[in-house]
Design a protein around this ligand. Structure first.
Ligand SMILES: [Mg+2]
Length: 401
């Protein structure tokens, strides 16, 4: 990655290394990345998970999540940790791509995240600047941000510039379609009892009457709780409009992924036709794809996912686009990262609560009065658990400790 030429006896032009600016505070002069650890971890889920994509026959129930962890240690002695993930397929490819490009970070200044991000992106540009290639470098980018915040001894949200010390949170994991109505009610009661402020219910069943029956039952059970529904892209435009109109009476906080993730035009028409806000964006994997949604006015609430779009660096770029377009924000999954990013978003956001990743970390996020509290620990405030190490299926180290 280091393009600087050193002295040459052959008379080749010598390019003097760029001057390193004087540093102050926690930034060590001449700080360099010395060691990178990558690991692929297979996280088993307590029960097989089914959303509408399973009921329409497009996917099988999900039994595990593949995690890609990156650890980056600098000459400061501090270590950043980041992660990316995949569901059902793609985990080995993410790990392989990260292993191929990560070595380019060795010897570099970990503060220069923008420059390093571009280098990682261009190293794999021939296979694309979205999808698996960016998801692989997301783990490295998140680790660089975690490291930077630790060096500043600040929670990541504070480093970015917080608007709030806690974020509204809603639970998703209790409202899947493999759960009976009674189980969804039981899960919702438990979540609310734990201090969570909203409940999301999966819809998109082949029988739309059954969807409406479930939503009505949960709304009657929880008349005053913010309630969202998520169709996981399983409606066509006609069904989405009919269902959207039928759902208006329930005063939902949003309808999520009513249509195919790439149907910006369809989402825009739906958002214009309904009072209920439309949310989407979790499946997209680049800033450019999000920009297409934003430009089309396709939704009221954008749902980017930092590991999916390539990390915190691209997330911040698209969050700025979303804010200047007056969109609300509800990042998808990965609450351990998104809590910090949501806390630094100008408009009051939501963060999605899933307990699935809990076994991977030693820390637990505190939830109170409907909100998730930004931890006061430096960086993301997470450390890998012994259980995460036990579930590691492949690992590699670059550089030396
Ligand atoms: Mg969703």
């Amino acid at each position: 990655m280091d393009q600087r030429l050193r002295s040459s006896a052959e008379g080749v032009a010598v390019v003097t290394p760029a001057a390193v600016p004087e540093r102050t505070g926690a930034n060590e002069p001449g700080e360099r990345i010395e060691w990178i650890g990558l690991s692929s971890v297979r996280l088993p889920l307590a029960q097989a998970i089914s959303d509408a994509k399973v009921f329409t026959g497009r996917q099988r129930p999900m039994t595990e999540v593949m995690m890609l962890f990156a650890q980056i240690r600098s000459s400061s002695g501090l270590e950043g940790v980041g992660f990316s993930y995949s569901k059902r397929a793609g985990g080995p490819a993410q790990y392989a791509h990260a292993r191929e490009v990560a070595g380019g970070l060795l010897g570099e200044d970990p503060s220069d995240i923008g420059r390093l991000y571009d280098a990682l992106l261009w190293a794999g540009a021939s296979v694309g600047r979205s999808g698996i290639a960016t998801q692989a470098i997301a783990a490295l980018d998140v680790a660089l941000w975690d490291l930077k915040a630790k060096r500043a001894t600040l929670p990541l949200a504070k480093l970015l510039g917080s608007y709030r010390n806690s974020v509204r949170t809603y639970n998703t994991s209790g409202g899947f379609l493999h759960s009976s109505l009674a189980e969804v009610q039981e899960n919702a009661a438990r979540s609310l009892g734990e201090g969570i402020g909203g409940i999301k219910l999966k819809v998109g069943l082949p029988d739309t009457h059954e969807d409406l029956r479930r939503v009505r039952a949960i709304r009657e059970y929880l008349p005053d709780t913010p309630l969202m529904v998520d169709a996981n892209q399983q409606w066509d435009r006609t069904t989405a409009l009919r269902m959207g109109r039928a759902l208006e009476e329930f005063s939902l906080t949003w309808i999520e992924e009513p249509l195919d993730a790439y149907d910006a035009e369809g989402h825009a028409a739906l958002a214009a036709a309904l009072d209920t806000p439309i949310a989407t964006g979790e499946m997209l994997s680049s800033v450019a794809e999000h920009r297409a949604l934003i430009d089309a006015r396709a939704c009221d609430i954008l749902q980017p996912d930092a590991p999916r779009v390539g990390g915190i660096t691209p997330f911040l770029r698209l969050a700025t686009l979303a804010d200047v377009s007056a969109l609300d924000l509800a990042p998808h999954f990965a609450m351990e990262i998104h809590l910090h990013l949501a806390a630094a978003y100008p408009r009051e956001p939501w963060v999605e609560h899933f307990e699935w990743l809990d076994p991977l970390f030693n820390e637990r996020l505190e939830i109170r009065d409907g909100r998730m509290l930004v931890p006061d620990r430096p960086g993301l405030g997470i450390t890998l658990s012994d259980q995460a190490r036990a579930w590691t299926v492949e690992a590699t180290e670059l550089g030396g400790r």
